[in-house]
Design a protein around this ligand. Structure first.
Ligand code: SAH
Length: 249
């Protein structure tokens, strides 16, 4: 029986993987990777068989049960299996289901963390997510619930922290923002959409709860940031776009 390493590939830029993750890729026999992982990261697995397992929200992706089975099968055939996931493997990545499948088959596994997309987006924009007197808490959230899961089973708590980071949230932005307004969040609370964080084509779009950013042209993966830390020096700039976030001098 082999061992499975869940490795965080980082948010996009291929040099944002950890050294431990890169070393495991270099030494592994097979790598199962998700769609958002940069090809240069997959290429670090020099002598491994690469297997794409889809997973790009909105697109057709490989059935999760199929991935679970494939993982077990690969671990019974190879000594070192890397399960490469975008960002961090323990955030919005269905890791619990894959762990359960491995445990049921008595296969050992370990986890190597990665830089999650929201932290890369904050780095691009040079926005501290906590700030003395402004924000003491950060919430990682998503408005998406699984197709077989009734939304009443979700936590029902999209808000919570001073700084809110919504994954897979751009398609649902209208609903998310109006829910926050209904809960009494001030209408002038800054909202920033951060697309393709850490990549050369990164962009950000700014607005407020009541004047949401224009996101019609957003096609890449994007994070919704909500909270006072996203306030810009001149917040009358609502509904503006900043190209190549963080790369402006
Ligand atoms: N495990 C991943 C998240 C997977 S869910 C992580 O820790 O980052 C996929 C969602 O992540 C996308 O819908 C988007 O909301 C976000 N995302 C992934 N890469 C991104 C990037 N480069 N820029 C902005 N958001 C990104």
């Amino acid at each position: 029986m082999g061992r499975v390493y869940f490795v965080g590939a980082g948010p996009g830029a291929p040099d944002l993987i950890t050294l431990r993750g890169a070393r495991l890729l270099d030494a592994c026999d097979v790598v199962l990777y998700d769609a958002l992982v940069h090809p240069e990261v997959v290429a670090l697995a020099r002598s491994a068989q690469p297997i794409a397992v889809g997973k790009r929200c909105g697109d057709v992706s490989t059935d999760q049960r199929f991935i679970n089975r494939l993982l077990v099968e690969m671990a019974s055939r190879y000594a070192k299996v890397v399960r490469l996931k975008g960002g961090d493997p323990l955030l919005f990545a269905r890791a619990r289901e894959e762990f359960d499948a491995l445990e049921a088959a008595r296969i050992d596994y370990e986890v190597v963390p990665g830089v999650t997309a929201a932290l890369a987006a904050a780095a691009d924009l040079k926005i501290p997510l906590t700030e003395r007197g402004v924000s003491r808490s950060v919430t990682f959230a998503t408005a998406r619930v699984g197709t077989q899961i009734s939304s009443s089973l979700s936590t029902g708590a999209p808000a919570g922290g001073d700084t809110l980071l919504h994954y897979m949230g751009v398609g649902e932005m209208g609903r998310v923002l109006s829910e926050l307004l209904d809960r009494g969040m001030p209408p002038d609370t800054p909202v920033t959409v951060m697309e393709n964080a850490s990549l050369p084509n990164a962009r950000s779009f700014h607005g407020t709860l009541s004047r949401p950013p224009f996101v019609e042209t957003v096609a890449g993966p994007a994070i919704l940031g909500i909270g006072s830390v996203f306030r810009r020096p001149a917040d009358e700039n609502a509904n503006t776009e900043v190209a190549a976030a963080g790369r402006l001098a």
